[in-house]
Design a protein around this ligand. Structure first.
Ligand code: PEP
Ligand code: MN
Length: 343
């Protein structure tokens, strides 16, 4: 995490009326005055029967929020026209939604528009694409960078997968973590609302993101979630949001590791040395087996043997406090490399 307080974007999924955005903002401002107030005007919904947002009409409502409560407002832009309308009205925090990031032609048209507008006051938040494609996400970041947008922030909102697990959108933490290391100058926020899909998971995911070292959070909040016109299941009440923020773990980034950390890292380096030497030795034996299979005209793939190894290791792992997932992931990598070597 970078220095300073976490970046927060808080507010309803959609702006529903001027009275409602003013009410929600007044609640949020009382406990998070430094946050950016979020509300969607144009909603790219999956179903044509779902509420698609109030559109242009809501711009004046957000401008009023900004004036009355002194909080900057953020909204989602999908087309160049949305960008023009928002910037002309003085809305400078704009986010690109997951469905838009997935479309490079649309992303390029938004980048061209921002390049022509050339307003350094704009902050652009780029959500990950709906599919777990890190290059598509980084590609979008690069298109805006190339267009001269200087204030770019990434938002991790989870990934759509065929098999629904615990969450509405799978967190797949390794993707935002890899994005952070490939784009170290781009702050990374987490949107636990769209990952969780229900209020229960939001607090846990928000805390996990902060522990990992994310720079902030985008969280949906509605004054009366059960009546919300979109994403009713995942929006927190202002009271729930306040409690979540109060409990949030905060970490001060240390630029210089202390002696404890240096010593522990030394141990890790030594263990890694041993692991890699063993991996290299294992692959030498794999190659010898490969030669033998070739000489005796035996096929490389022996699924019974592989399943047997994996099952034995899983049983051992469980007794020793390691997860089945870890065994499967490591064994799959080792096995793929072994088959390649024998080929
Ligand atoms: C939203 O923020 O309300 C939204 C539609 O998000 P996403 O693009 O992540 O689905
Ligand atoms: Mn939403």
């Amino acid at each position: 995490m970078r220095e300073g307080r976490p970046i927060l974007l808080l507010g309803p999924c959609s702006a529903e009326s001027v009275a409602k955005v003013l009410l929600t903002c007044s609640c949020i401002q009382a406990f998070a005055p430094h946050a950016v107030f979020r509300a969607g005007l144009w909603k790219p919904r999956t179903s044509p029967h779902a509420f698609a947002g109030v559109g242009e009409e809501g711009i004046a409502w957000l401008v009023q929020v900004q004036k009355e409560y002194g909080m900057p407002v953020a909204t989602e832009v999908v087309t160049p026209e949305h960008v023009q309308l928002c910037v002309e009205a003085g809305i400078h925090h704009l986010w690109i939604g997951a469905r838009t990031t997935s479309n490079p032609i649309l992303v390029q048209s938004l980048a061209d528009t921002l390049q022509a507008i050339n307003n350094p006051a704009i902050t652009l938040y780029i959500k990950n694409p709906i599919n777990p494609d890190i290059d598509l996400w980084i590609g979008a970041i690069e298109r805006f960078r190339k267009a001269g947008v200087t204030n770019i922030v990434a938002i991790h909102r989870g990934f759509s997968t065929l098999y629904k697990g615990e969450w509405r959108n799978a967190p797949m933490w390794s993707i935002p973590i890899e994005t952070m290391s490939r784009c170290p100058d781009v702050p990374m926020l987490c949107d636990p609302s769209h990952i969780a899909g229900t209020t229960q998971g939001v607090e846990q995911l928000a805390a996990e993101a902060m522990k990992i070292g994310f720079d902030g959070l985008m969280i949906e909040c509605h004054h009366d979630p059960s009546t919300a016109l979109s994403d009713a299941n995942q929006q927190l009440t202002p009271e729930q949001l306040q409690r979540l923020l109060e409990k949030l773990p905060t970490y001060t980034p240390h630029a210089i590791p202390d002696t404890t950390l240096v010593q522990l890292r030394k141990q890790i380096d030594e263990i890694d040395d041993e692991i890699w030497q063993l991996v290299a030795r294992r692959l030498e034996v794999v190659e010898a087996i490969g030669e033998h299979k070739k000489a005796t005209q035996m096929p490389i793939l022996q699924t019974d043997r592989y399943d047997d190894i994996v099952q034995k290791r899983i049983a051992w792992a469980k007794e020793n406090g390691l997860s089945e997932e870890l065994v499967r992931t490591l064994m799959e990598s080792l096995h793929t490399e072994s088959v390649k070597r024998q080929l």
